[in-house]
Design a protein around this ligand. Structure first.
Ligand code: PLP
Length: 437
């Protein structure tokens, strides 16, 4: 029986209800048929501007031609051999390239996996093997994926409810969330927040038992909170003082999203391990752990791997992505997009009382919605209403934040000026309608 691609969105939604487990969530009821650049078309022919970028995967746009070509060529040559059974050049070449472009002027090695969460799990295994210590420190507002370790490190209860018990030896501290400060009105905000790590060592876990601190340079799911360089530099210094590894989870911030290839470049911080995923292979499932060679070599032979990790087609896609992003002008365009987003969002903040905060780094920009600016009362229902109105008018948008009140923008970095202006118009109209209701 051949695959029937002529069903309407309504028919497919009905089938989805019948056959797909309800826990597999949908942000919007869109049923996609095709996508190109920053545009997505549904099965009924309606087009959208994609401000979700396939959940941060389409930094280079949907279906970049050079990447599609690389995929097609590799697919016609060899789909899979399993790197543990028969090695192939793409896997080795990709890690070499990632070692070259990630922050840190020291010898590096790496491994490939399938998802961001798997990269997280592997990094924790590697950190424990290297240090001989067990504890991991993570942050409030963090999202590190949906495997049991990823979920244990993740902060949002919506994702965790009913799934415990979680992994042991996970300790959580506040993140430098300036809008809702964990250190009151300290005028040395970033140092005070980084200093909370020493407080952890007094109150929760001895530093000599901590293998690693895992941190997102910008909270992704946590609402695009983007502390300054001082925070990360001081976290790194505290880690170094106690021989604790610093793991940067750049699954969402990596590959141009913040206007640099990796967000830690803004802060001149060299993490001991960096985790990559999402836009790494333009939509093919691929993730990576890259780190100091001596750390990466700590696990025994056979301790790392998996059937599909570093699939040859995905590796070729990633190599093409790196080439594309290293081409002159790409990062400049990403940085300019970030400036545009910020300027317009700040304008929205002036126009609409409900926009309590505008923040982010590069083209990873968000607005936190509140029903009372003085009290900073989270307004998740208004955020929902804005997202739904945008969806109705052709803009795909997603929320973030532990209160579900943050509108986040992750548009493909190749979005055209016309598409961007149209998206802003849709967003402005949605704010106006929700404000008036
Ligand atoms: N880490 C971060 C910072 C993420 O944003 C995500 C996904 O949103 C993950 C890890 C998990 O990635 P995946 O969904 O590919 O497992």
């Amino acid at each position: 029986m051949s695959h029937d691609s002529k069903k309407t969105a309504a028919e497919l939604l009905e089938l989805r209800e019948q056959f797909v487990a309800r826990g597999v969530f949908q942000v919007t009821p869109t049923v996609a048929a095709s996508a190109e650049g920053a545009a997505l078309t549904d099965v009924d022919g309606k087009s959208y501007i994609d401000f979700a970028g396939g959940l941060g995967v389409a930094n280079a746009g949907h279906c970049p031609p050079a990447v599609v070509k690389a995929i097609q060529e590799q697919a016609a040559t060899m789909l899979h051999s399993c790197f543990h059974v028969a090695m192939y050049e793409g896997y080795i070449e990709l890690i070499k390239r990632l070692a070259e472009i990630t922050p840190g002027d020291f010898p590096k090695k790496g491994m490939l996996a399938n998802s961001g969460a798997e990269a997280v799990d592997n990094a924790i295994k590697i950190a424990r093997a290297y240090t001989g210590r067990q504890a991991i420190i993570c942050f409030e507002g963090a999202f590190h994926g949906r495997t049991m370790m990823g979920l244990s490190l993740t902060s949002k209860v919506t994702y965790k409810a009913g799934f415990g018990p979680f992994c042991g030896e996970v300790y959580r501290m506040p993140y430098a969330y300036d809008y809702r400060s964990p250190v009151g009105t300290s005028h040395n905000f970033e140092s005070a927040c980084a200093g909370l790590l020493e407080e952890m060592f007094r109150s929760h876990v001895a530093p000599g038992e901590v293998a690693a601190v895992i941190i997102e340079p910008v909270l992704g799911e946590g609402g695009f909170v983007a502390p300054g360089s001082k925070y990360f530099q001081e976290i790194k210094a505290h880690c170094q003082r106690h021989d604790i590894l610093l793991i940067a989870d750049e699954v969402q911030t990596g590959f141009g999203r913040t206007g640099r290839m990796f967000a830690m470049e803004h802060h001149e911080v060299e993490p001991d391990m960096i985790l990559l995923g999402k836009s790494l292979a333009a939509g093919l499932p691929l993730s990576a752990v890259i780190g100091r060679s001596e750390i990466m070599d700590a696990p025994h032979v056979g301790g790392l791997g998996g059937t599909f990790g570093g699939n040859p087609v995905a590796c070729q896609a990633a190599l093409a992505i790196i080439e594309l992003m290293e081409a002159p002008g790409f990062m400049e365009r990403a940085a300019a997009l970030g400036e545009n987003l910020k300027a317009r969002f700040l304008q929205f903040q002036e126009q609409f009382e409900m926009v309590g905060a505008v923040r982010g780094l590069g083209a990873m920009m968000a607005m936190e919605l509140v029903s009372d600016r003085a009290e900073k009362t989270p307004a998740p229902a208004w955020a929902d209403a804005v997202v739904q109105k945008c969806h109705a008018n052709g803009l795909l948008l997603i929320k973030a934040g532990n209160y579900g009140n943050v509108i986040r923008a992750l548009p493909p970095l190749v979005i055209t000026d016309e598409e961007l202006e149209k998206a802003f118009q849709i967003l402005e109209n949605a704010f106006a309608e929700v404000s008036a209701s």
